[in-house]
Design a protein around this ligand. Structure first.
Ligand SMILES: Cc1cc2nc3c(=O)[nH]c(=O)nc-3n(C[C@H](O)[C@H](O)[C@H](O)COP(=O)(O)O)c2cc1C
Ligand SMILES: [Fe+2]
Ligand SMILES: [Fe+2]
Length: 392
């Protein structure tokens, strides 16, 4: 665990999980992750979040090394176990400690971590808890990304503790964002995978946070921001309705027909001045494609028909794209079949995005002249739509 004093009496306690490669059994972690707790030493001693249960010993040992004899409060911003998982261990060791959470957080802590009711103090939005010379103010922020989430603001030091919000899955010995050159890539990936479905809520929270005087943003994954305005700006851009001219082409092909169509299609995109990103779904890291969805204008999914529906990999990608709720403006498909199927009906029944559907290209077997013409027409149509909407 990396322990560093980030302000007078305030310590970053980050458990680096360098070799974790999957989060929530879903999200690839190319750069590992960290679970950051923070310790505030005042008249009262507060521990802000804990760590994943796999790192509990590191946290307990570090508290020993820091000679922490007493903890008064454990702030639980969010009940997900990567932050709350070691609360029972802390309570076991520091008998006098009380957990602070939102009202719903209290219920979830009882359900998920079996923490007794009397150990938990529920706080309201705007409520202050004094630590002595300093006080913590709680800011209710439901749905980033669970409904119970709160943030906390150490008023005197102007540090905002944000738990998952503004986090990044990045194990690093450099605890400040400005020391990590690729930080905005990590932060964008994190936003895409965890926060994007809640972008409209985050928009409102951003407006509120930007009114506050903040010197440091201290998330519970990844590095600390000493220049809050930079990460605010990045988030403003991601949560805004503005898209960039870019076509995501995600495809799978069993015997090459879709592959030939996709190769032709990307050439047609190029001829129409449309930048694109190509993802072969058999090898793509879903985090990469989620990141592309943060601000791309267009998604084209290309799939063969398999047992009447989409290829399962295309179905998975389509399901995720819908669930992540990106701001994509246009969606279309390229479909290959042998004798019949219901790919388009299936796609329409699943489709939840606010994007405009552009007529798909459907071809039987190996693509023929008319299919290539249809692909050219699709690329032209996408280019026209961009012009109509003024997307540059
Ligand atoms: C396992 C499997 C299942 C298939 N199921 C269907 C189907 O239900 N309906 C259909 O029209 N074609 C079906 N096909 C045919 C493919 O959709 C067709 O060959 C298509 O052109 C394959 O595209 P690809 O070469 O890009 O893989 C199936 C093919 C395979 C290998
Ligand atoms: Fe979480
Ligand atoms: Fe988390």
């Amino acid at each position: 665990m990396i322990v560093k004093e980030i302000a007078d009496g305030i310590y970053f306690m980050g458990a680096m999980h360098w070799d974790r490669r999957l989060f929530d059994e879903l999200i690839p972690l190319p750069d590992g992750t960290s679970y950051n707790a923070y310790l505030i030493k005042d008249e009262k001693i507060a521990l802000i979040d804990t760590v994943d249960p796999s790192k509990r010993d590191e946290l307990l040992e570090s508290l020993d090394e820091m000679n922490v004899q007493r903890i008064d409060y454990i702030v639980s911003h969010h009940t997900e176990q990567d932050h709350s998982g070691a609360i029972p261990d802390i309570l076991e060791k520091y008998k006098e400690a009380k957990v602070i959470a939102s009202k719903l957080g209290k219920e979830l802590l009882k359900e998920h971590l079996l923490i007794p009711e009397e150990k938990i103090i529920a706080v309201e939005d705007g409520q202050n808890i004094s630590l002595g010379k300093r006080s913590l103010q709680f800011i209710s922020a439901p749905w980033v990304h669970w409904p119970e989430t709160v943030l906390s603001y150490l008023r005197e030091d102007k540090i905002l503790f944000t738990c998952d919000l503004f986090g990044s899955h990045l194990a690093t010995s450099r605890i400040y964002a400005d020391e990590n050159p690729r930080i905005y890539e990590s932060a964008k990936r994190y936003y895409a995978e965890i926060m994007m479905p809640f972008r409209n809520k985050i928009k409102k929270y951003l407006e509120r946070l930007e009114q506050m005087e903040i010197k440091m943003i201290a998330p519970s994954h990844g590095p600390i921001y000493r220049k809050p305005e930079d990460i605010f700006k990045a988030y403003e851009n991601w949560v805004s309705d503005k898209v960039k001219k870019e076509v995501i082409v995600a495809y799978v092909s069993m015997h090459g027909s879709i592959e030939v169509m996709v190769r032709h299609f990307i050439k047609a995109l190029e001829e129409n001045g449309l930048p694109y990103k190509l993802f072969n779904l058999t090898v793509t890291d879903i985090g990469e494609s989620a990141m592309a969805l943060v601000d791309a204008s267009t998604l084209v999914l290309a799939t063969p028909t398999v047992l009447t529906g989409m290829h399962p990999l295309a179905l998975y990608a389509f399901y995720l794209a819908n669930a992540l709720n990106p701001k994509t403006k246009f969606v279309s498909m390229i479909v290959s079949y042998g004798w019949g199927g219901k790919v388009i009906e299936q796609a329409k029944s699943m489709f939840k995005l606010k994007a405009e559907l552009i007529e798909p290209v459907i071809a039987r077997g190996y693509p023929k002249e008319k299919d290539f013409d249809a692909l050219n027409a699709l690329a032209r149509k996408i280019a026209e739509k961009h012009k109509e909407k003024g997307i540059e």
